[in-house]
Design a protein around this ligand. Structure first.
Ligand code: PMV
Length: 361
């Protein structure tokens, strides 16, 4: 069970607001060994992004609420009829239990980027929610404890609890207590690293990560090979980050993205998250790196077509030009490594002092 370091009684009706961000995995998580607890089959490594893409979330617990309510980007989410949302949101019940309260919660959340399109919106949303709700309940959880709870809302969310370079250790225990995220290095260790994001689509993905990875584990014969290869990739990535070896980081990043998309394609029926534009970007990155005789940038794709080109400050312009030259790239964003979630003041609150959601523009 979760160890709570210090519990202070919640301040009734306190409104807490936090901002958090997505993370981009360099070694991917794709597959669970336990669906209910969200325990992964392999460890994963990511960089937490800065606030260029962010989620702001206000949380209030109150005995005066009749039910839990959630508003995302101005819309009320029907928790009774939206299974996926309810499952993710249920992570908050672990916090209520830890605080010993049955008060209902009002959550109002707003992201400045599209949901469910392979930009890690769930990671950003859940990590920020757990961070804000822990504070609203005055639970003095450390980041490891918060990551264990965030993990149960959405696996990748556990990594967004920390800033910098982060590893989600898969763990081996059946209760999941050793499956948490840890910071490998702070953002200041290698601040030159940049994620140049090429947005190709803002459409919601047709097949959720949750359903997709379950289908992969059940049907892909290639998945076993990925599990064997990934152990070496994790060790290599950790060493590359510690040594600030970009050549190595870039090679492992591209190979791991390819490995994940290979098992996706090997899933039956196949999962195809990358599109022709994504594939053209892959080709162009290899051409550019070949021309320069070094790794200028590395591509990585999540469960969506949008491209992330991992590069360093000195080559950020080259990576941006590469993306801008590809037909179908709608927008290019330059994102650096971020510090993880933080609390905001009252003026940023999305909940009014009389506990009403403020969802207008
Ligand atoms: O945490 P989920 O269920 O959104 O899964 C995300 C999985 C990938 O983004 C595709 C890879 C990763 O490690 O973030």
């Amino acid at each position: 069970m979760l160890q709570i370091s210090n519990v202070v009684l919640m301040e009734e009706d306190a409104i807490v607001t936090a901002v958090g961000t997505p993370n981009m995995a360099l070694i991917k998580y794709w597959g669970k060994r336990d669906e209910k607890l969200t325990l992964p089959t392999n460890s994963s490594i990511s960089i937490t992004l800065d606030e260029t893409l962010n989620t702001k979330t206000s949380v209030a617990f109150s005995k005066s609420f009749k039910e839990d309510s959630l508003y995302i980007d101005g819309k009320r989410i029907d928790l009774a009829n939206d299974d996926a949302a309810r499952e993710r949101f249920s992570a908050i019940n672990h916090l209520k239990k830890a605080a010993g309260t049955d008060a209902k919660v009002l959550v109002v959340s707003k992201s400045n980027f599209p949901q469910s399109s392979g930009l890690a919106s769930s990671a950003s949303g859940i990590a920020t929610l757990i961070f804000a709700a822990s504070a609203a309940l005055s639970l003095k959880l450390d980041k490891r404890e918060m990551s264990v709870i965030a993990r149960q809302g959405s696996g990748s969310a556990c990594r967004s609890i920390h800033g910098g370079f982060v590893e989600w250790r898969a763990g081996t225990s059946v209760d999941g207590t050793d499956s948490y995220a840890e910071q490998i290095a702070p953002p200041t260790h290698w601040p030159e690293v940049v994620d140049m994001i090429g947005i190709l689509s803002r459409e919601r993905k047709k097949f959720s990560s949750r359903a997709g990875m379950k289908q992969t584990v059940a049907t892909s014969p290639l998945y076993k090979a990925r599990m064997e290869y990934v152990q070496g990739a994790l060790m290599g990535m950790e060493a590359a980050i510690k040594a600030k070896d970009f050549e190595k980081l870039a090679t492992i990043t591209m190979r791991d993205s390819n490995s994940m998309h290979a098992v996706m394609l090997d899933t039956f029926p196949p999962l195809m998250y990358m599109n022709d534009i994504s594939k053209e970007i892959v080709g162009r990155v290899h051409d550019l790196n070949d021309e320069e005789g070094r790794k200028v940038c590395a591509y990585t794709f999540d469960a969506g077509p949008n491209a992330n080109l991992i590069t360093t400050e000195k080559d950020a312009g080259k990576a941006a030009s590469l993306l801008k030259e590809v037909d179908g790239v709608e927008e290019v964003l330059k994102v650096r490594i971020g510090n993880g979630p933080r609390l905001l003041g009252e003026k940023d609150s999305l909940i009014s002092s009389d506990l009403e959601p403020m969802i207008g523009e």
